[in-house]
Structures are given as structure tokens and as C-alpha cells.
Design a protein around this ligand. Structure first.
Ligand SMILES: Nc1nc2c(ncn2[C@@H]2O[C@H](COP(=O)(O)OP(=O)(O)OP(=O)(O)O)[C@@H](O)[C@H]2O)c(=O)[nH]1
Ligand SMILES: [Mg+2]
Length: 675
């Protein structure tokens, strides 16, 4: 965790200048008040400095000045970029304080992959044209289906949602999911058509699609009468009139602020009623332990007071709140109370969990519980027992793995861990969900091996149920054939085929099992043209066997250094995963065989040197490039008898049994191999 520091200082609103902190054109009309500002800092401000800072924070906001808004959309439609612009143009930050893009995607993996993984809060103190001050709590949510459980929970924090729709792509599967969840909670959307700067944007078509979707979802007239805003998050402007798009370098985002203030309902909650607050997210800090993040639905939450903590099953305990924090800019500021309707971060509750109600001990009434999505996929994590174990990792023992997983369970709600002998069966919401955990562990210095991802089955009476996902594939029309073939092999059922101009939009239901390894093959079959989205739909009856990987592997015969000579010799047998000079060990998977069987290869073979001069001896060897598999690609690639070995420096694939003798012996006794 970053050190808990806050640098409070004051600044005149009108002094903000520079490109990344644009002020509205009417800035001069604003009253020249002093506002407290904080630097771009994602930390937990637990210090005395923070406490002093909050004393200077000015008079408490009136409740009608609070807006709680969640930003929801399909993946990559521009949620985080839009929040960036809201932060930059709020006038709350000094030039240079907000650096880089997608400021809220603060985690290194989020930055590398350009996706949001965890929902995050920020709060903007905004002053509008008339000089009215607003405290706008914004929750940015992840768009990827593996993290949709996050979205569902954090929607409880909001009174309204910004539904972002890419003006080119239009409504996509996750748009439907998140909008349905928002409507279920009675949240009316403000529809924001983003990426209006794209020359191929088609906002009116996207608008029709949103309208159809709302009707399809059974929205009432109130929700159908949604306000629309057109934006370019990249260029930092918003307008309510589709036809008045600002010229390049002009325009600002204030139309969106105005829409939030006008259309997101003011929380209408009872301040006099006994306390009721709901915990929707957990955070964890090594210094203070669990931090419950949630919202006050009735009464007032006060630091230092005892509250009744009622869990999802109704069990009650009385605990004392040590510290209370309010969201402020990119950080949190310590306060002594949180008013009804506002969001809070609570420190000091030891046994606090998602879905817990914090209530008045004299009137302990629980709020409706939150359901957390069930896991759909599990993998076996175990220590790295390969010959290179411990070479570059810091944490290699089973005990260290256990501690790390237990720590993860503190805040990763959709995760489940079961310990069996020396193995950990780790269950999650999808390959990306577990892949991110593994990637984090690897970077922290852990070494471990992971088995093939398996879906989780349910039993209903005598029927075996498996997770079924909805799959959308968008491809150039001439490539529909190979897609149908691949998806059909995996027991998919076609739901809809929609051809338009040059592309065809295919919609299927497919067993989650069938999706493992499918993305790579679809991209290969369509020369990278396919756009693929899938999300969990339901548990449905088992649909039968699915073909395994068509290719066998090349397995290293002995430990040594791969040579260019050996790799060249093997070029005709398949694709290599290693490059010359790389250390490999016996049993490591070094390449893909072009046939279905596994072969053992001598990848460290040297060319025999002789005394006789030969005209070809020094001929230059041109090697094909090695195929490098990412973590998720490797997990999708392996079969039951293989493992992925993760260390801070490398991702290798290996046979579970490293020697050929063991593999042959165990292949003959499959029953024993399983034990
Ligand atoms: N042309 C254009 N590109 C944009 C605009 N807004 C966002 N993008 C790009 O779209 C991509 C995705 O943006 P993000 O803000 O990360 O999208 P997101 O919705 O937060 O994505 P997830 O959090 O992963 O669901 C980035 O490459 C942005 O630069 C826009 O208005 N115009
Ligand atoms: Mg994002």
C-alpha cells in the first residue's frame, strides 16, 4: 500500500489552468471561493494530517447537493476515460495532479491490459454555473463479464446510472446485462453515446437499439423517457444536441455534469430514522485490516460508536467503528460522521462482509441482502515442484500460498478456496478472474503450478447441470463457415444470425467448457477479424462431450539449454514455445506437435563437430519465431496431464509427470494416476 499521505492546500477555483484541468467558459462568473484539494492519490488517508484536513473541508454538504451515480457499459465503451474527463474538468485538481490516462485504473494489471477490474469510487466537489456546490460520488465499474458481480453490488450505492453506449458499436451483451440490473433496482439511466468523434459513429442507430433494449427489458414509461448526452470522452466534450458537435479542441464536459445534477435523483432518505448502512464492497489494508465500503440508507453513521453488524444470514454482532471516511477526489478523507444518502468507508469492523447491514444496536433491522454470484470455474493451485523451483520466486511454500489465498479472500468476494492435501482448489467467475489473481501473485514473487481450468457442475435431482454462457461473435460474412464449425463442435446452439452489410452478428448459447481455448482458435480461423463476447447465462443440462485439443505436444527429454540446431531440426514437426539459449527441463512442454500424439524431443541437441570440413557446416540457420503464450492462453492450452508453472520471471507449461517412464506407467494405470 502507498504511504498514507495527504497534501491539503487551498486554491482559488478560477486559478485552475492548463489543458488537463479545463474550467467552464463561465468560470469567471463563479464565486471565488476556496476549495480544498488533494493530489491524485489512491490511498487510504488514515493519518492525523487527513483528520486535520477534513476540518478545513468547509460546511457539510446539504443532502440535496449529493448525487450518487454509477457508470455502467459494455467493455471498452469508455467508462474510465469519461470519469477521467469529469475529474479533469471538475476544477478540483491542479494542472499536473492528474497524470496519464484512465486515472482510476490504478492497478498495474489494469493499466497494462487497459481494462477495469475493480469497481472504484471517486467523488467530485463540483460548482455549477450558478455557484451551487455538489458532492458527486461516482462509481466506475468494470465492463468485462467476469467482473459483472462487482457491477451488480455497487449499483446499490447509486441513485442513478450513466449508461455509456459506444456510438459506433451500439448495444452489446454487457450493455443488456448492466442495464437490466440497473432497472431491477429502479435506477433510471442517463444514456451517454460516447466516441462521437469517430467518423463512423452512428448515434441514431445506437439510440434505436437502446430504446429497443429498454422495451425488451420491460422498462416502464418513466425509464423509456431517458435523457441522452453525446460525448467524446477522448476529446473531453459533451453535448445534449447530436447535431452540435464542437470543433476539434473545443467543447467541454459540463453538459454531462449538468445532466447528472438534473436527472440523478437526490437521495430521499430518512435522516431521523435509526441507522441502517449496507456494505457492498470490501477493501483491505495491511495497517487497518478490512475496510467496509457502502452507503448509509437511514440515520447517521458516527465514528467511535457501536453498531450492530447483521450478516447475510441474520447473525448479529456488536462492533465499534474506529474510523469513518468519506470519498473525496481520488482519495478518502476522515470524517466524524456520514449523513444519510452518502457513501462511506468504515474501519475497525473485524467481521464485516459484503451484504452486511450496520444498524442501530437499539433497532437492529437488516436491509435486503445482496446476492453474490456463484463461481463457475475452478483450478488447482499447488507449489512449484519442478526442477527450477525457487530460482526466481520469493514465496514458494504451501504455507505461503495458503496465507496469500486467505488474504485474497478478504476482499475478493467471488473467490472460493478449498484445501485438499497440499493443493488448493480455487474457484472463481471465469478465466480472467482467476488469471488476474495468478498474475498478481506472480508479480508479488510467488511461484506455483496450476492445473487445467475446470467448470463447476451442479446436480439437480438426477440431472447434471453445467454453466451455459451466451456467446456473441461478430465476423466478416465470408468467415461465418469456419466459426459455425468451431462453435458447433463445442455444443453451441445458434440463437440468432443477423447479417448486415459486410459483417454477420452471430449469437449462441454454449457450455462454459466449450469456451476454454475457443477465443484463440476463432481468431486464428478468422485471421483476427472476429469480435467475441461471452457472459454467464445460467446453469443448464450437460450438453455432452467436447473435443479435446487436436494437437499433441513436444516434451523436453532432458534438462539443458535449447539450441538453435535442435529447434531447426524440429521445425517440420510443429511450432516451438522456446527460443535458442533458453533453459528447459525434463518434462517441460517446449512445442506443439503437428499430430495428435505427444513426442519427446531432444531440444538441447548439439550439432556433432567433426574434423572434416563440409560446405554446409556454417550455413546460417533461419528459425521460425517461437509462439509465446500469455498466462490465460497457457491455461486454455493445457490438458489434464499438464500444468502451467508460474514464476515471477516466466510462464512455462510442463507435464504433470516429468519423466517419460512415469508418464507411461501412469498412463497404463489411469485410476491410480488420479489419486
Ligand atoms: N475514439 C474514441 N475512443 C475512446 C473514447 N472514449 C474512450 N475511448 C477509447 O476506448 C478504449 C477503452 O476506454 P476505457 O475508458 O478504458 O473503457 P472502459 O469502458 O472503462 O473499459 P472497461 O473498464 O475495461 O470496461 C480506450 O482505448 C480509450 O482510449 C472516445 O470518446 N473516442
Ligand atoms: Mg474502465
Amino acid at each position: 500500500m502507498e504511504s498514507p499521505r495527504v497534501f491539503p492546500y487551498t486554491k482559488r477555483v478560477g486559478d485552475v489552468d492548463g489543458t488537463d484541468a479545463r474550467l467552464p467558459a463561465y468560470a469567471d462568473e463563479l464565486p471565488k471561493k476556496h476549495v480544498t484539494m488533494r493530489p491524485a492519490h489512491h490511498g487510504f488517508h488514515g493519518s492525523a494530517v487527513a483528520r486535520r484536513a477534513c476540518g478545513r473541508h468547509g460546511e457539510p454538504m446539504k443532502r440535496q447537493n449529493i448525487r450518487n451515480v454509477a457508470i455502467i457499459a459494455h467493455v471498452d465503451h469508455g467508462k474510465t476515460t469519461l470519469v477521467d474527463q469529469l475529474l479533469r474538468q471538475s476544477g478540483q485538481f491542479r494542472q499536473g495532479e492528474l497524470t496519464g490516462e484512465c486515472i482510476l485504473d490504478s492497478n498495474p494489471i489494469e493499466r497494462e491490459r487497459g481494462i477495469t477490474i475493480l469497481a472504484k469510487n471517486c467523488a467530485i466537489n463540483y460548482i455549477n454555473r450558478r455557484g451551487d456546490r455538489y458532492h458527486i460520488n461516482i462509481v466506475d465499474t468494470p465492463g468485462h463479464a467476469d467482473f459483472s458481480g462487482e457491477v451488480e453490488r455497487v449499483l446499490m450505492l447509486a441513485d442513478g446510472v450513466l449508461l455509456i453506449v459506444d456510438a459506433f458499436e451500439g448495444v452489446m451483451p454487457q450493455t443488456r446485462y448492466v442495464l437490466a440490473k440497473a432497472l431491477d433496482l429502479g435506477l433510471k439511466p442517463i444514456v451517454v453515446f460516447n466516441k462521437m468523434d469517430r467518423t463512423d459513429s452512428r448515434p441514431s442507430k445506437a439510440l434505436d437499439e437502446v430504446f429497443d433494449l429498454l422495451i425488451d427489458l420491460g422498462a416502464d414509461d418513466h425509464a423509456l423517457d431517458f435523457p441522452t448526452v453525446y460525448t467524446s470522452a477522448r476529446d473531453g466534450w459533451a453535448t445534449t444536441d447530436e447535431n452540435s458537435v464542437p470543433a476539434a479542441g473545443e467543447g467541454d464536459i459540463h453538459a454531462l455534469f449538468d445532466a447528472i445534477i438534473q436527472h440523478v435523483p437526490v437521495p430521499e432518505l430518512d435522516a431521523e430514522a435509526p441507522l441502517q448502512a449496507l456494505v457492498t464492497t470490501l477493501d483491505y489494508s495491511d495497517y487497518v485490516g478490512r475496510i467496509g465500503i457502502g452507503r448509509v440508507f437511514a440515520g447517521t453513521l458516527r465514528a467511535g460508536e457501536e453498531v450492530a453488524v447483521i450478516d447475510r444470514h441474520g447473525a448479529r454482532s456488536t462492533q465499534r467503528i474506529a474510523q469513518l471516511f468519506r470519498f473525496d477526489g481520488l482519495g478518502r478523507t476522515e470524517v466524524d460522521h456520514i449523513d444519510v444518502g452518502d457513501l462511506c468507508a468504515v474501519v475497525g469492523l473485524e467481521k464485516v462482509d459484503i451484504g452486511d447491514t450496520l444498524a442501530d444496536p437499539a433497532h437492529p433491522v437488516a436491509l435486503p441482502p445482496i446476492t453474490v454470484d456463484e463461481p463457475t470455474l475452478h483450478m488447482t493451485f499447488r507449489i512449484n515442484d519442478g526442477p527450477f523451483a525457487g530460482q526466481d520466486g520469493k514465496f514458494v511454500t504451501s504455507r505461503q500460498l495458503r496465507e496469500r489465498l486467505q488474504r485474497e479472500l478478504q476482499s475478493n468476494v467471488a473467490l472460493e478456496v478449498e484445501e485438499r492435501a497440499d493443493e488448493f482448489i480455487v474457484s472463481g467467475r471465469g478465466l480472467l478472474h482467476l488469471g488476474i489473481l495468478l498474475e498478481n501473485m506472480r508479480r508479488e514473487g510467488y511461484e506455483l503450478t496450476v492445473g487445467k481450468p475446470e467448470v463447476i457442475y451442479h446436480q439437480e435431482g438426477r440431472t447434471r447441470l453445467e454453466p451455459i454462457e451466451s456467446l456473441i461473435v461478430d465476423v466478416p460474412t465470408e468467415m461465418v463457415g469456419p466459426v459455425m464449425q468451431l462453435v458447433g463442435d463445442r455444443r453451441a446452439e445458434v440463437i440468432k444470425v443477423h447479417a448486415s452489410d459486410t459483417r454477420t452478428h452471430l449469437s449462441f448459447t454454449v457450455p462454459a467448457r466449450g469456451l476454454i481455448g475457443l477465443r484463440g482458435r476463432l481468431l486464428t480461423a478468422t485471421q483476427g477479424e472476429a469480435i467475441i463476447h461471452h457472459r454467464f447465462q445460467e446453469f443448464g443440462p450437460y450438453r455432452g462431450d467436447i473435443p479435446r485439443r487436436p494437437n499433441g505436444t513436444m516434451v523436453a527429454m532432458a534438462t539443458g539449454r535449447a539450441t538453435a540446431y535442435a529447434i531447426d531440426q524440429l521445425a517440420t514437426r510443429g511450432v516451438m514455445f522456446v527460443t535458442p539459449g533458453e533453459q528447459v527441463y525434463e518434462g517441460q512442454v517446449v512445442g506443439e506437435h503437428c499430430k495428435p500424439t505427444d513426442i519427446v524431443v531432444n531440444i538441447a541437441r548439439q550439432k556433432k563437430l567433426t574434423n572434416i570440413r563440409s560446405s554446409t557446416k556454417d550455413a546460417t540457420v533461419t528459425l521460425k519465431g517461437a509462439r509465446r503464450l500469455s498466462l490465460e492462453a497457457a491455461l486454455e492450452y493445457i490438458e489434464d496431464d499438464e500444468l502451467v508453472e508460474l514464476t515471477p520471471q516466466s510462464i512455462r507449461m510442463r507435464k504433470r509427470w516429468l519423466t517419460e517412464v512415469d508418464r507411461k506407467r501412469l498412463a497404463r494405470k489411469p485410476a491410480r494416476a488420479a489419486t
